[in-house]
Design a binder for this molecule. Structure first.
Ligand code: URA
Ligand code: SF4
Length: 212
């Protein structure tokens, strides 16, 4: 079995559990859960807040107005939607699009943890404050938006939520600039990963040499 297939299969197993999940009360009001979608080996993962009306109907993340704008922003960063992975902190729509509650976020967190563990992205882009809070619990988006920070093997970039930016021209311009700059952040993360892989290979070779 190829590695490609196994990451895909693992994500599908997670998705199937999400579709039947009753760990928090949001299952009672959802039309369907929205596990996430994209390339199982995506270099870049995008994490939003929660499904809205259209996402709940279609079972897919970011397909409404915010999703249209996100697609545009991806283009600015030099990314196609099929090449990234997109999901949310909370996988079921909160009624009336209210903010997700702390216990809902906590109940749903293991699914996101597992998705990150399977995909092992080089770059995680948080969209809005709920996904930002996972890595930057005490920060303000107005201070840190667009600025990458490394956490072990992954670089996390906090971004304004596209839905918030959509109707505020000043914010829209900021988020567009941040996505323009994301292209270079991804290139750097890729280069660092390549250097780390080279260094590891060198180390393995050196170890083999010492055996003789
Ligand atoms: N907003 C989000 O945070 N996620 C979606 O999937 C759609 C809109
Ligand atoms: Fe389960 Fe998450 Fe949906 Fe709550 S939001 S029912 S924890 S999948």
């Amino acid at each position: 079995m190829s590695e490609e297939r196994s990451a895909r299969e693992l994500l599908e197993i997670i998705a199937e559990r999400v579709r039947h999940c009753t760990r928090c009360d949001l299952w009672r009001t959802r039309t369907q859960a929205v596990p996430g979608e994209g390339d199982p080996h995506a270099e870049v993962m995008f994490i939003g807040e929660a499904p809205g009306y259209h996402e709940d109907r279609q079972g897919r993340p970011f397909v409404g107005a915010a999703g249209q704008f996100l697609n545009e922003l991806l283009g600015r960063a030099g990314l196609r939607r099929e090449q990234v992975y997109i999901t949310n902190v909370v996988k079921c729509r909160p009624p009336g699009n209210r903010d997700p509650l702390p216990d809902e976020i906590a109940a749903c967190a293991p699914y996101l943890d597992e998705q990150i563990a399977v995909i092992r992205p080089r770059v995680i882009v948080t969209l809005g404050r709920y996904s930002m809070a996972r890595w930057f619990p005490n920060e303000k988006i107005s201070r840190i938006h667009g600025k990458p920070r490394r956490f072990g093997d992954v670089v996390v970039v906090p971004m304004y939520h596209p839905a918030a930016a959509l109707h505020q021209p000043a914010l829209k311009e900021l988020v567009e600039k941040d996505f323009d700059a994301l292209r270079e952040i991804i290139a750097q993360a890729r280069a660092e990963a390549a250097r780390a892989a080279d260094a590891q290979q060198d180390e393995e070779k050196a170890q083999q040499m010492r055996l003789f």
